[in-house]
Design a protein around this ligand. Structure first.
Ligand code: FAD
Length: 437
């Protein structure tokens, strides 16, 4: 095969969406992927007939990029019920979404999760984010989510019982240090659409996106060792050449390949899956831990949301623990079991552990300044992924597509300006100079 125009490193959502943009314009490309399948962080494993997403996650159906690129009907999306079951003071409180469940207004208003004033302020936040466009949200003041909640005088119990497990769980950031712009964006997405999973597991999303790519355009089980002038070197020593190279790996690996002086750091997370005979919940609602005692952040019974996640007669319980526990797996499992026993009684001891996934690079720690940078690093050299956008499915897909479009502009002789490179990023300076020379 002759050299493709573009080499893309990584077949996660960003790499695939970049390839789709090139494919649309008839630009030739080759994707190099270190693992054996598409999806990157959006993968689903089949274990004993259960569908285990590698880390509990959901698609927010209002994501504009997903609406544009995905066929929701074919994904057979199954939605969570809006609202949550919150565990606090030794019992569960059902907090329906009063804006979406008719008749739920009074239940929500009188629930002990936050006072009347908190609920009034929450409704004001909701109206404000619904009024704003996404662009307006991203132009907002750049303060942390915690600062913004404090400024709005949301009470500490409301922060601890609702915002920390809910928003902290979505951002993998229980301290809510993440940008308020990201919080408002995610809150808007929850208000405008559903949180859903495809009937066949989250990996159905990247699989559908990759369907249109020509056969053989993704080389699996090939790790890129280093990036050079219009070429990449594989760990086997093989060198591949192209006019342009796009690095679409997760943040830390992009930092290594491109020699960024600051390694993009990550938020970690653990997901534990248990098989149970009876479901601990009756409806497809997320369960949040409204107390900081115990390792569990949230729980979901996946087959109550999407029946195909478990074989007939079985229940699939997903448990999320935020961070990277310092204890060994066995200790983490017994701590989780201890908390489950407290919540559901001795029956939880009978649940069978199917898998525990420790995910080191769950989400990148990035600031809004980094989202807005151009993906063009040097002539013929690009970077994309969720670390160059909002850390999410939306961000990864959008960043990939926009990068593909920027590559096409350069091939047509109308390149974007390059991102400013600091002198202390010597590898990047060297690559840029060699590409210009
Ligand atoms: C547990 C968890 C929960 C999440 N929850 C949500 C959620 O509910 N909603 C949401 O919107 N987002 C969520 N996310 C975030 C979302 O999954 C990611 O933002 C998105 O998938 C990132 O896609 P990406 O293409 O940028 O990177 P990745 O998916 O990381 O893709 C990078 C690819 O590059 C490959 N690669 C790496 N190094 C090399 C190399 N040297 N050579 C070749 N290939 C290489 C990797 O194998 C991988 O396939 C969650 C993530 C996790 C982990």
């Amino acid at each position: 095969m002759s050299n493709p125009d573009v080499l893309i490193v990584g077949a996660g959502l960003a790499g695939i969406c970049c390839a789709r943009a090139l494919q649309k314009e008839g630009v030739s490309f080759q994707v190099i992927e270190a693992s054996d399948s598409v999806g990157g962080r959006v993968r689903t494993e089949k274990v004993d007939g259960f569908l285990l997403d590698r880390g509990f996650q959901v698609l927010l159906t209002a994501y504009p990029e997903a609406l544009e690129q995905l066929d929701y009907d074919r994904l057979q999306l199954c939605a969570f019920a809006p609202g949550a079951l919150i565990r606090a003071d030794g019992r569960f409180f059902r907090i329906p979404d009063p804006w979406r469940e008719p008749g739920a207004f009074m239940t929500s208003l009188f629930s002990p999760i936050g006072g009347f004033a908190d609920k009034f302020k929450l409704s004001r936040i909701r109206s404000a984010v619904l009024r704003k466009t996404i662009e307006e949200i991203f132009e907002g003041e750049d303060i942390s989510t915690m600062q913004a909640l404090r400024r709005r005088q949301i009470s500490q119990p409301m922060i601890d019982r609702f915002f920390k497990p809910f928003i902290g769980g979505v951002m993998l950031d229980p301290k809510l240090t993440v940008s308020n712009r990201l919080f408002e964006f995610v809150f808007k997405m929850f208000a405008e659409g559903d949180a859903a999973v495809p009937a066949e597991g989250m990996q159905a999303i990247p699989r559908q996106l990759a369907e249109v790519l020509p056969e053989g355009s993704i080389r699996f089980n090939e790790r890129v060792h280093s990036i050079g002038l219009n070429q990449v070197k594989l760990s086997t020593g093989e060198v591949l050449a192209a006019k342009q190279v796009v690095v679409a790996t997760e943040g830390p690996e992009a930092s290594r390949l491109l020699g960024f002086d600051r390694t993009i750091s990550s938020r970690s997370v653990c997901t534990l899956y248990f098989a149970a005979k009876e479901s601990p919940v009756e409806e497809p609602m997320l369960v949040l831990s409204g107390s900081s005692r115990g390792p569990i952040n949230n729980l979901a019974v996946m087959n109550v949301v999407a029946p195909g996640y478990a074989p007939a007669g079985e229940q699939l319980v997903s448990i999320t623990v935020l961070g990277w526990p310092s204890r060994d797996d066995q200790t983490v499992v017994s701590m989780v079991r201890g908390q489950l026993r407290h919540w559901y009684g001795l029956v939880a001891d009978e649940w069978r552990l199917l898998r525990m996934y420790r995910i080191e690079h769950g989400l990148p720690v990035v600031s809004p300044m980094e989202w807005q940078q151009s993906s063009r690093l040097a002539a013929g050299l690009y970077v994309c992924g969720d670390h160059r956008s909002t850390p999410s499915i939306q961000g990864a897909m959008e960043s990939g597509r926009l990068t593909g479009e920027a590559v096409i502009r350069e091939l047509k002789g109308q390149p974007d300006p390059v991102t400013r490179v600091r002198k202390d990023e010597p590898r990047l300076v060297e690559l840029r100079e060699s590409n210009q020379g």
